[in-house]
Design a binder for this molecule. Structure first.
Ligand SMILES: O=C(O)CCC(=O)C(=O)O
Ligand SMILES: [Fe+2]
Length: 364
């Protein structure tokens, strides 16, 4: 099924003018329909060199000796390195942990990491910080456009995502999924195992940088089937060609649980996963997959008050808000259904509740 499914067609949006309401509408439509969209790399703050360099650091880190990675093993604050099979994103359906390694960076303070960096990365602290800052800048454009699309004050989200005003839950993540030829994947069973289990993201928005010829991401469509997401829109997922005019493949953007909750489910937090496409398994030259992910979160203390948007209010009136009847914190009700006399959740509380729901069972 994974391999015969038709790739999904998602809009590619140019965000070079982040103050254009027409672009805001296009972004809102995609966020409400699919929860996923592409951002054309030409309209962002990144050069091809910025992105290549970040992928280079990621490769250098994952190729470094395990003893070195051990010095920065992941801690309960979600920062650091997690090894092969350490994370299980969909424990109900996975017999084994994800076939991936990851390295998470939390907020920097005055350009300094607030976590141990291994020898392979310590000399590159400034570069890692600068890349995370560019990611945040691109998220600011996207959040501005979403606010415009929702016809609310355009700085409503951006002022609440400004890391200079306080700590945030934002994470820059390097990901490495070894190829099917790697000893690390010897036990992989197609149609049983996954490189990353089905999940939704927790924050406001996520940026995903992919490399040509390293496919694997799929999203769950409303009819319950999995659709591959091409790296180059309009091409086959494993077509390695990059359009000449674009500095690097478009950035894939998706809505996370927090922004879905905040907008009463109008913006969709879509479930996704990473697999080995069958074409990749049959390929004479299967490739490792490297991705860079930026999970953008509001400042921790942000109160998730109802958003001042008539469009969200209309959606709430029609549907009752996000997943009515769901009693899991962070899903049920939506921010607009705040009970009288109750205070709103903060961004930090929302994140903690989602982490507890995902990892709570294996904490002991
Ligand atoms: O690496 C990818 O393609 C997706 C990663 C992802 O969905 C995640 O880390 O939340
Ligand atoms: Fe994800």
């Amino acid at each position: 099924m994974t391999d015969t499914a038709t790739p999904i067609t998602l809009p590619v949006i140019d965000i070079s003018n982040a103050r254009d309401p027409t672009v805001g509408k296009a972004m809102l439509d995609a966020a409400a329909k699919y929860g996923f969209l592409y951002v054309n790399s030409r309209g962002t703050d990144f050069t091809a060199e910025d992105v290549d360099h970040a992928f280079g650091l990621s490769r250098k880190f994952f190729a470094s000796p395990a003893q070195e990675k051990e010095t920065c093993r992941i801690t309960p604050n979600n920062r650091g390195w997690s090894g092969m099979h350490t994370e299980t994103l969909d424990p109900e359906h996975q017999r084994t942990g994800d076939f991936k390694e990851a390295m998470n960076f939390g907020d920097f303070k005055d350009g300094k990491a607030q976590q141990p960096l291994p020898p392979s990365l310590a000399p590159h602290e400034t570069e890692i910080h600068d890349f995370a800052a560019l990611c945040n800048k691109t998220c600011t454009r996207i959040l501005n456009l979403l606010a415009l699309g929702l016809e609310m004050p355009e700085d409503f989200f951006t002022t609440r995502h400004d890391p200079s005003t306080g700590p945030t839950g934002s994470i820059l993540r390097y990901l490495y999924y070894p190829s099917i030829f790697s000893p690390a994947t010897a036990s992989y069973k197609h149609d049983t195992d996954v490189r990353a289990g089905a999940h939704s993201d927790y924050g406001s928005i996520t940026l995903l940088f992919q490399r040509p010829g390293q496919p694997g991401l799929e999203i769950l469509t409303p009819d319950g089937s999995w659709a591959p997401v091409p790296i180059e829109p309009g091409t086959n997922p494993d077509n390695a060609a990059v359009a000449d005019k674009d500095p690097f493949p478009p950035i894939l953007v998706n809505i996370g649980d927090l922004l879905s909750y905040w907008t009463d489910g109008l913006l969709k937090s879509t479930v996704h996963r990473v697999v080995f496409p069958l074409t990749e398994q049959r390929s004479p030259n299967p490739r490792d997959r490297y991705t860079l992910v930026y999970f953008c979160h509001p400042v921790d203390s942000t109160e998730l008050v109802p958003v001042p948007s008539e469009i969200v209010a209309g959606h709430r009136a029609r549907t009752g808000g996000v997943a009515a009847g769901e009693d899991r914190v962070g899903f049920g009700g939506g921010a607009g259904n705040l009970e009288l006399g109750k205070r709103p959740l903060t961004a930090q509380e929302h994140l903690e509740s989602r982490l507890a729901a995902t990892y709570g069972f294996k904490k002991e």
